[in-house]
Design a protein around this ligand. Structure first.
Ligand SMILES: C[S@@+](CC[C@H](N)C(=O)[O-])C[C@H]1O[C@@H](n2cnc3c(N)ncnc32)[C@H](O)[C@@H]1O
Length: 197
């Protein structure tokens, strides 16, 4: 179930969020994700925020479907990039064999822990066989709210590997790092690059 306090927080912090991510260099992990796809492949950008990644993917010849539950983020994405971003929640993804890629960049950390397995199964169904899933999450334990009242679920690397393999993916690559979030904390992150079997 979508956490409404998290969505309200994003709607109230659209400008701050854009300030935080808007000036960053293009993410090399995004470029590697794009390299795994072909021209015209269709990518779901799940929890797209301002859809900066979708704009890069579109520039590189991919078709994109940016979705976010926060109306403010969807409007910002469309104002900035005219990219047909649409309002949808994680639980709305119910298509079959639709996408060659899913870019879920630090969005599913806002899903309730008990919902993650079902969302990953739906993403597997939405992807074609051998489709690519990018899953960016934060490492840790349990769940908490930050100073903006956003809900975060934390996982260990082995927990996340079990979730994705349980949903029918194989793990191609794991990348680890840490970065400063909008709430001012430096936290460790993990990116799993996965293939739908
Ligand atoms: C940390 S931001 C990441 C945005 C973008 N992927 C990026 O890398 O900049 C998380 C995004 O997930 C969205 N989000 C949170 N819960 C969601 C839900 N249940 N369904 C869809 N989007 C959601 C938020 O509105 C926010 O834009």
């Amino acid at each position: 179930m979508t956490d409404q306090k998290t969505i309200q927080a994003y709607n109230g912090q659209v400008d701050n969020y854009l300030k935080m991510v808007g000036e960053l260099e293009v993410d090399p992990i995004l470029l590697r994700f794009i390299d795994r796809l072909k021209a015209n492949d269709y990518v779901l950008d799940l929890g797209c925020g301002p859809a900066i990644a979708s704009a890069v993917m579109r520039d590189k010849g991919l078709r994109v479907d940016p979705v976010d539950a926060a109306a403010g983020m969807v409007q910002l994405a469309n104002d900035k990039f005219n990219i047909a971003a649409r309002q949808a929640q994680f639980s709305d993804i119910d298509t079959t064999n639709m996408y060659q890629g899913v870019w879920a960049n630090f969005s599913l950390l806002h899903a309730q822990t008990e919902d993650l397995a079902a969302i990953l199964l739906a993403l597997h169904t939405a992807l074609v066989t051998n489709g690519v899933l990018h899953l960016g999450m934060k490492l840790g334990q349990g769940a908490k709210r930050d100073k903006y009242d956003r809900y975060y679920a934390y996982y260990s690397q082995s927990e996340l590997e079990s979730y994705v393999t349980g949903a029918g993916f194989s793990v191609l690559q794991v990348e680890l790092g840490e970065s400063l979030g909008m709430a001012g904390d430096i936290e460790p992150w993990i990116v799993l690059s996965c293939i739908a079997q």
